[in-house]
Design a protein around this ligand. Sequence first.
Ligand code: TXA
Ligand code: MG
Length: 332
Amino acid sequence: MAMQKIIETEILNETISSIRKASTLLSQNELVAFPTETVYGLGASAVSNIGVAKIFAAKGRPIYNPLIIHVADEQEVFKLAVVTKEAETLIKNFWPGPLTLVLEQKRNNPILSPLITGNLETIAIRIPMHGTAQKLMREFGSPIAAPSANISGRISPTRAKDVLSHLNGKIAALIQGDNCVVGLESTILNLSTGEPTLLRPGGIPTEEIEAKLGRALLKPMESPSSKSKIIAPGMMNSHYAPRCKLNLNKKIPGPNELFLAFGDMPKRCIGLNLSQNGDLGEAAANFFAALTDIDEMAKLMKINTVSVAPIPNFGLGIAINDRLKRAATPKN
Ligand code: TXA
Ligand code: MG
């Protein structure tokens, strides 16, 4: 692969002048990482081919994996996409927030870079809730394309320092903000086929979405269009990969292993706890930072394997288990 030019990554804060600086950089086709309530996003102007191409280069992301568009308000969504009745219900209940909707693109949508969606007729779109993300989107005044701010296939960042360990020297700026309170990426639903389909469990539990829709969500394999179309292009089996090996659903770790606990830490075990009280919301908020830190601990201590406690498979636990399964799958 060709060497990328190393640039100086400017660290910005959340003041108005910093937000203006970040917005100017976006309009100059540069990359700016910024906090959202889910994970840090790696932003580029969604109308800039050069800006969007830089996202793929900085992350080492395969070109067939499309990006989520972030907008400040609903008017923007109506300009870009066909908003169905079910989409309206979900927008009313869950936006701004950690929910991404895949919708049919407006035919004469004139502005977005075609690199964002590849050849898909749909776009993935969301309105984030985080105050800094909101300020940046309003200041910029145009859609921002933003995947998670990590190297492709690696652990998503929920702290500014984790963004830097992935992307320092590859992006123009990082807005340093609070840690991400939800801690897992948005739930992604495909609403473009008439049968609402869950593409990625995430920050809004599927049970809550099903309650508002009054029907069950299809899973990708059950979807009527899944045979003919790629509907979830980025759902790789291996993702969020740490360096260490993960052993899932263990009550106690084996000898010479670290332990990622949920609830009580077993006696004489060494590791980190996702939530001492067994709270799934707290575990979600801690998840990517804990995975990053325990991987670093294992490396320093020359330990190969981390065992992970069973996580209850409901509510946010479904999204945590999804991430764990992919993190435990070796990269090929
Ligand atoms: O919480 C989030 O969603 C974060 C923050 C930054 O907003 N973003 C995020 O983006 O997780 P990323 O790129 O890491 O994951 C986006 C996922 C990918 O799996 C991609 O394949 C899928 O969304 N996606 C994007 N556009 C799509 C489309 N038109 N149809 C189906 N899947 C799509
Ligand atoms: Mg990602």
